[in-house]
Ligand binder design. Structure first.
Ligand code: AMP
Length: 395
């Protein structure tokens, strides 16, 4: 696996695919610079070597050239974060871009205009990729968030750099962290899978059953498992067409010696609302008119034991409707258990969508070993897929 350290960037121009798809407010101010900060180590290393950096990214989902999606809006913020005066060019290919790239001096950074102003980007057009490739000497992919897409700048471009291509430090860290969970993990390994639906997590569940010792199932998925076993779930969320699948997962877990842990009690509410009346009930005896919206105290005790004994922990998906304060306790507590285990030496990886949002919201991010930056990309890796953006560097 080639990384930045395999290259000396002195006198070289690196074309770097970054993910600067950052949120902007109505006045085009960057409201969250996490993604720019995340790319800084890669850019710093290249500049420190005496190279220059040509940054390419998408922003939003423009239909053709749309001013509001111009990357010019983020030049000031990028300059501030990187501590260099970032240059900007109005196009990502063509004469102007070529001139700006050719003029770039060691230590300088050039940001190209939004790649998605060309439909060729998402189409993975080879000609377009070649034009991007011609701008630099070494290709660096540091955009994990788009690594699962075979776009021109994330995948196709790599073929024009048969020797001179590598992962940026962010992407390398993502791959390393996932390998620590799925490949060279310390046992016992525990996966916590929450969220709303079995159907959206089924491929992940099936793939990781071979790699874990414990699997904790929580969130809305719980009720499909409970109903499948004949439990009474009241008005809780349930996928009736996935009951057999739930039983099948339970059988497979047993076969593979994976201990499955499902909530035994819940916080039930008489409406899907933060102001609803609540009570603690057994998970398989929820009265009609009530729905389980968070894990109950006994369940959390059980989960705590499992987590604190684990040496490797993967967390994907909240344990309850954490967006509502009254149903956020399970998710917060779970985060605290994982934080405690991490402090004691376990490796913890949080990845894929909502659990990342929860971890950030509750200030738990610094207490986890690694919090993934790519929702969809991480989920696809957990499903066991080889991401095209990663494969293109490895080839
Ligand atoms: P996912 O995108 O599949 O990871 O699901 C995340 C969503 O699941 C969050 O928006 C949670 O509010 C929701 N969720 C978690 N637990 C429950 C539950 N018991 N009932 C309904 N929704 C839930």
């Amino acid at each position: 696996m080639k990384t930045l350290n395999d290259f000396d960037f002195k006198g070289k121009k690196a074309v770097i695919r970054v993910d600067f798809n950052v949120p902007l407010d109505d006045n085009f101010n960057v409201t969250d610079d996490t993604r720019i900060v995340a790319a800084k180590p890669t850019i710093d290393k290249i500049l420190k070597d005496g190279g220059s950096a040509i940054l390419m990214s998408h922003l939003g989902r423009p239909k053709g050239k749309e001013e509001k999606y111009s990357l010019k809006h983020i030049v000031a913020k990028t300059s501030e974060v990187l501590g260099v005066n970032v240059k900007f060019v109005n196009d990502c290919i063509g004469a102007e871009a070529e001139k700006a790239a050719a003029d770039l001096q060691p230590g300088e950074v050039l940001l190209l205009e939004n790649l998605r102003f060309y439909k060729e980007e998402e189409a993975g057009d080879e000609n377009f990729a070649k034009k991007l490739a011609d701008l630099g000497d070494i290709y660096v992919n540091d955009a994990f968030g788009t690594a699962h897409r075979a776009h021109a700048s994330t995948t196709i471009i790599a073929k024009f750099f048969p020797e001179n291509k590598c992962f940026g430090s962010l992407l390398a860290k993502e791959i390393e962290s996932l390998n620590k969970v799925l490949k060279d993990s310390k046992k016992p390994v525990t996966a916590v899978l929450g969220g709303s639906k079995v159907s959206s997590k089924i491929t992940v569940i099936e793939n990781i059953l071979d790699k874990v010792d414990h699997m904790i199932i929580g969130g809305g998925m719980t009720f499909t498992f409970i109903k499948a076993q004949g439990g009474k779930i009241g008005d809780s969320i349930c996928e009736d067409d996935k009951l057999d699948l739930a039983l099948d997962i339970m059988a497979k877990a047993k076969e593979k010696n994976v201990q499955l842990h499902i909530p035994v009690d819940v916080i039930a509410a008489d409406a899907f609302s933060n102001d609803a009346n609540t009570k603690v009930t057994d998970v398989n005896a929820i009265p009609d008119g009530w729905q389980g919206l968070d894990a109950g105290p006994k369940s959390l005790e059980n989960f705590k034991k499992v987590i604190l004994e684990s040496k490797t922990i993967l967390w994907n998906g909240p344990l309850g409707v954490f967006e509502m304060e009254n149903f956020s306790n399970g998710t917060i507590e779970l985060g605290n258990f994982i934080a405690e285990a991490t402090e004691k030496g376990a490796f913890s990886l949080v990845g894929g969508g909502d659990s990342v949002a929860a971890v950030k919201q509750f200030g738990l991010e610094p207490k986890m070993s690694y919090v993934s930056t790519g929702g969809g990309a991480m989920l696809e890796m957990l499903e066991g897929k080889t991401l095209p953006g990663i494969a293109a560097i490895l080839e």
